[in-house]
Design a protein around this ligand. Sequence first.
Ligand code: ADP
Length: 477
Amino acid sequence: MKPNLIAGEWRTTQDAQANINPSDTNDIIDHYALSTLQDVEDAVQAAHVAASSWGKSTPQQRFDLLDKIGTEILARKDELGNLLAREEGKTLPEGIGEATRAGHIFKFFAGEALRPSGEKMASVRPGIEVEITREPIGTVGIITPWNFPIAIPAWKIAPALAYGNTIVFKPAELVPGCAWALADIIHQSGVPKGVFNLVMGKGTVVGKALVAHPDVAGISFTGSIQTGKDIVTACAAFQKKVQLEMGGKNPLVILDDADLDTAVACAVNGAFFSTGQRCTASSRLIVSEGIHDRFVEAMVNKLAALKVDDARMPGVEMGPVVDEAQLAKDLHYIQQAVREGARLAFGGQTFERKTPGFFLAPTLFVETTNEMTINREEVFGPVASVIRVKDYEEALFVANDTPFGLSSGICTTSLKHAHHFKNHAKAGMVMVNLPTAGVDYHVPFGGTKASSYGAREQGSHAKEFYTIVKTTYIFAG
Ligand code: ADP
């Protein structure tokens, strides 16, 4: 059994959970600790005790730790990427890419630890100086989803450490492998006892207890909308800082003047890479009349040629769905779309490969309306739908007509439309001639409306969540 990390010690639990490869359900990767409330309590206490000394550690100490972690991740990116592809089902190149990104994130936040933050200004009163500084918030609970098993933990853990916080990390039940490997790297890199704790197990046990614990000063969460809503309500009651990243129903607008190859490449990448299991996935393809038929035909041809198989097999372009429950959910949405009148242009069915896995064909609906369930709710699978529109104005209206606001894209060669879209898309991130998914690691990430809540993640903006501002007045006499 792979154990928890609590107060600098590896600690096993009575119960364990199996980590199953979604490309081959006969392949059990390992068994991982299934924590109790006592484990959470011990981890929070360890983090709480360590908070004052880590909060006062020097920028150099934090830089050295984060830099070492980043170096180790990058040195082991192939092995970590392989584990990621094996436990989550994204393709090997995507897995290695994600591990590389995690390494870069630690390197970026190593630098952040050294960057000065603070201001000194004159008071409005004579003889007084004012200092505005940032302090760590204390112990943070980090709760992550299964779709980015190493990058999302990295983009929460690295800033938490860089800005002087201690951590209790609770990874998603489906992907404890990468979380454990990351914890091992952090431990081996010499993190002081109690500064970083790993507690694996159920959201309803571990996650819930972290949210409710009075010694946890903040929660950074990425996951489903309902869980996010429950967490924000609970955090408000405890006056806890909270940061949520949840779903998306991201539009990709394709205008008549778009370059067809660019548009198809953006749509295939945005909707189907990582098996469509990205909160930034391009799930609504909003296509204007003049290019509609050519676009659909080109998409169908591309999807027919897309190689779907075991995530780690060379040349595979799309791996399986993450597990049986997610597959059932995807199929449910597909059936509902058909019932509501959407026309299946490609896919819609599961299929078998050499190994028993959760393989679903990339699925494209056409003749859909923005009111259909398939265009209102997040599927989180390899399913996209085309919405035909008259012109740019209608496209923009439909793009914004959603409860979500994470990422919004447009494919066009018109500077006028690109510029207008950039300014009027109601989303936290806008992409021009790019898929809605695929972001840099050194700039802010986050959305508007139901997609996000609280301060932005990543880049220097991450400090908004992981620090609290202190204002000091000094009377010099
Ligand atoms: P998904 O449906 O994608 O698994 P969830 O929101 O259920 O999304 O899970 C995201 C993360 O939140 C996981 O680590 C999960 O264990 C955790 N989680 C689930 N329920 C709760 C809860 N009630 N309180 C805190 N964390 C939870």
